[in-house]
Each structure stands twice: as C-alpha cells, then as structure tokens.
Design a protein around this ligand. Structure first.
Ligand code: SF4
Ligand code: SF4
Length: 203
C-alpha cells in the first residue's frame, strides 16, 4: 500500500473520521440539486477559480485528500515532479510564499488571489473530483441559471453545519498530520499546502 493511502487509513480509523466523500456529502448533494435546476458552472469562465477571485485555503486533511483523489501514490517519479513543478509555478507567479501582514494585533496575513493549478479553462472547470475538492469550493455555487459568476456565493449555513458536525474529528486529524509533517500552518493556499505535504511524504 502507498504511503499516503496508509497514512490516511490510519487517520480515518484512529480518529473515527468519516471518508472524504461522506464528510462532503451534504455539499455535493446541494451542488447536484442546483444542477438539476440547470443552475451550474458549465458556461462560466471560472471566475471563482482564477486569479480574479480565488484565494482558497485548505487544511492538512483536505490537502491529503486532494493528493489521494489524484492517486499521487501511484505517480511515477516524472509525474510527481511534473505536478510539483505546476504547483511551484503557481506559488512563484502569485508570490504565495511571501506573507503580507495586515496588522499587528492578530498577526493576520493577507490571503492572496491565484489561479488554481487544478482549474482547466472553459467548461472543463475543476480538475478535482467532488469527493476530494476543498469544502469551500463545493459550498460556493451560482444562484441562478447562466449566471457566469455574477451572483455566486458561499452557502454559509451548509458549510458551517458541515464544519460543526466534523469539527472534533477533523481537528484531531489535522493536529496529527501537522505533528507528523511538522507543518507550520493550520490553513494554506492549495499549491503550497500540497507542496509541503508532498515534500515530506515522498522523500
Ligand atoms: S479546487 Fe477546483 S473548484 Fe477549487 S479553486 Fe481549484 S479549480 Fe476551482
Ligand atoms: S461557482 Fe460561480 S464563479 Fe465559480 S465557476 Fe461556478 S458559476 Fe463560475
């Protein structure tokens, strides 16, 4: 069994964490309900995935689940390097590894916009499976037909319901992943998060 698969299975069992799909089920169902009403992203240029509006950040467990969804354990050395180069190019292009502090009080850093490395232009859209997509991406949807990003928004009720339901187990899983990999962040932009995990997982 690959390193990532073994690690994730240990975490699911140790912390009684539901699967990647089951923890996202309510968000996936909502997206499918909207699609049933022809409210979908298929004609949108991907406003929320590009540098125009995307600043998505993910937790350690979300990063592991993206890599699992991509089947990173089965990648050849070349494929792994190819993905790492794509991620590194995004980090460099948008200076995602350079922190900008917004104020001394809370030591908060500015969330920078970037075009997601998994975004495919046009109707192809997101290259990740729904079962491994960040929660925030699943919860952000159009509200009307052929909206093309004009009035899309996050379903905050559904997102906070999901978070509340899995908070305890996800917090424990995230702490364990951070401890094992010595990660210096709780949330990170997608490309930097994946690079940090890959560098530590596939040495
Ligand atoms: S993971 Fe998918 S939905 Fe989320 S920002 Fe990237 S391309 Fe868009
Ligand atoms: S959620 Fe909105 S902005 Fe994002 S791809 Fe879909 S229609 Fe476009």
């Amino acid at each position: 069994m690959g390193k990532l698969k073994t690690l994730l299975e240990d975490i699911y069992i140790s912390y009684e964490l539901l699967s990647s799909h089951d923890r996202r089920a309510a968000l996936i169902n909502e997206m499918q309900l909207l699609e049933g009403k022809t409210i979908h992203c298929f004609t949108c240029p991907g406003t929320c995935c590009t540098g125009q509006a995307n600043s998505m950040q993910i937790t350690p467990i979300e990063a592991l689940e993206i890599l699992k969804g991509l089947e990173a354990d089965s990648f050849s050395e070349d494929d792994r390097e190819k993905l790492k180069n794509t991620l590194k190019n995004t980090v460099a292009k948008y200076r995602l590894n350079v922190e900008i502090y917004t104020g001394k009080r809370n030591s908060q850093t500015l969330r920078k916009n970037y075009t997601c490395p998994f975004f495919n232009n046009g109707s192809l859209g997101c290259g990740l499976s729904r079962s491994s997509k960040p929660y925030g991406c699943l919860g952000f949807n159009p509200k009307q037909e052929k909206d093309n990003g004009q009035s899309c928004s996050s379903n905050l009720d559904l997102l906070s319901e999901r978070e509340k339901k899995f908070k305890t187990t996800e917090d424990m899983a995230n702490q364990e992943i951070s401890r094992q990999f010595n990660l210096p962040w709780d949330k990170q932009n997608i490309p930097q998060a994946l690079l940090d995990i890959m560098d530590r997982l596939y040495t």
